[in-house]
Design a protein around this ligand. Structure first.
Ligand SMILES: Cc1cc2nc3c(=O)[nH]c(=O)nc-3n(C[C@H](O)[C@H](O)[C@H](O)COP(=O)(O)OP(=O)(O)OC[C@H]3O[C@@H](n4cnc5c(N)ncnc54)[C@H](O)[C@@H]3O)c2cc1C
Length: 353
């Protein structure tokens, strides 16, 4: 028999929604997962490879701790599923930094508990010798690599407790009789005791969230047939990145562009990405020699770029006084990477398990 408290409705079957669906299904939740697209048309599935690696800030220990855990979580997931190397490869990511940034970051990440064995400092001399890049020191992160979003998400939602319903666009949410209800644009309704919105930059298209300050940030990546001549499987990254040999392709990018709704591949972005490719591969390949193959997508961006996921709060005014207090909204959560909403706390989605 289904325990009514252990039902979950997830909106959005991208990386966050699929991963959460899997974690809840494993814990015996009955999960309904909605996406506005058909499974093979999900946007992120058109990206050949997403880099998994922690991103750290100098003065934000909470952010750094979350990044470190997120990267380790993704690493462990790929090990749990034992993906073949065509679907995921976790052999580390080298991040490059100017001046003394690498040393300063290492101080910070050790203070949040990263073990010395989890990363390796690479001196400027070593980077110059190995990659021909001047004036940059590096850190090799071990719990890092790349995954195919399509392969990963498809395997995550292939669980008996998950019902994936494609072509359902949630428009409005409401709460009645201890159930959260999502109303879809085709007038269908879906209900569960827990509701989690994992629809990224489209969150503010749902009526309750329309005032959230959330922007779309366009990005383009490109790929070309892998030359395999470098013989290296390491991913290199600074402001851009190169993921070598993703099933026969080198994947490189990515651009960042606000207020740009252009869904087509842009030649300007292609030129930018090609510079990244040339820098990291040492290959002087010319724009005319290759075609502009790649993927365009959007990220969810908040004013301070801080990722934020968790349970929602509401402000309650106590009767007969001006005393206000914050209350948890029962069983309503969001996960929208790069979102920070004032009425959220730093509790993470894992807190609901
Ligand atoms: C060019 C580019 C390159 C990137 N490279 C990397 C990378 O290398 N590494 C990395 O970590 N990140 C990368 N990112 C960022 C990464 O793609 C996003 O952070 C990630 O996809 C967010 O996952 P998500 O599940 O929150 O959202 P998404 O993957 O965007 O999924 C949201 C889902 O919600 C569905 N949806 C939206 N609204 C509704 C609705 N109302 N009803 C039903 N369904 C709805 C959408 O169809 C979609 O499938 C890149 C982004 C871009 C644009």
């Amino acid at each position: 028999m289904i325990n009514p408290d252990k039902t979950a409705l997830i909106i959005g079957a991208g990386i966050a929604g699929s991963s959460l669906a899997y974690q809840l299904a494993k814990r015996n939740y009955q999960v309904t997962l909605l996406d506005e697209n058909n499974q093979h048309e999900i946007e992120i599935f058109q990206n050949k490879a997403a880099m998994i690696s922690p991103h750290f800030m100098l003065n934000n220990p909470k952010y750094n701790s979350l990044m470190s855990k997120a990267s380790k979580y993704a690493y462990d997931l790929t090990k749990e599923f034992n993906y073949p190397k065509e679907d995921a490869l976790m052999e580390g990511v080298i991040k490059l930094y100017e001046n003394d940034m690498a040393d300063r970051l290492i101080e910070r990440i050790v203070s949040i508990g990263l073990e010395k064995a989890d990363f390796k400092y690479l001196s400027k001399d070593l980077i110059k010798k190995k990659y021909g890049i001047e004036n940059k020191a590096g850190i090799l992160f071990k719990y890092a690599g790349w995954v195919s979003p399509n392969k990963i998400c498809s395997s995550l939602i292939n669980h008996k407790n998950i019902k994936f319903i494609p072509k359902k666009k949630a428009k409005k949410i409401s709460y009645k009789n201890n159930l959260w209800i999502a109303n879809c644009d085709d007038s269908n309704k879906y209900a569960a005791s827990n509701l989690i919105l994992c629809n990224s930059f489209a969150l503010n298209e749902i009526s309750l969230f329309k005032d959230i300050d959330l922007k779309k940030n366009r990005g383009q990546i490109n790929w070309l047939p892998s030359k395999k001549k470098h013989g290296s499987t390491e991913i290199i990254s600074d402001s851009g990145y190169l993921i070598p040999d993703v099933s026969g392709f080198d994947v490189f990018g990515s651009t960042y562009d606000r207020d740009n709704e252009n869904k087509n591949l842009s030649m300007t972005d292609f030129d930018k990405n090609l510079k990244t490719y040339q820098k990291f591969s040492g290959d002087k390949i010319k724009e005319n020699d290759i075609s502009n193959a790649g993927w365009v997508g959007w990220r969810a961006v908040t004013p301070d770029r801080t990722p934020y996921v968790g349970q929602l709060l509401r402000l309650k005014m106590a009767s007969k006084s001006f005393y206000k207090r914050w209350l948890w909204i029962q069983r309503l959560y969001i996960s929208a990477i790069y979102i920070k909403v004032l009425s959220l706390t730093d509790r993470r989605i894992t807190d609901i398990y």
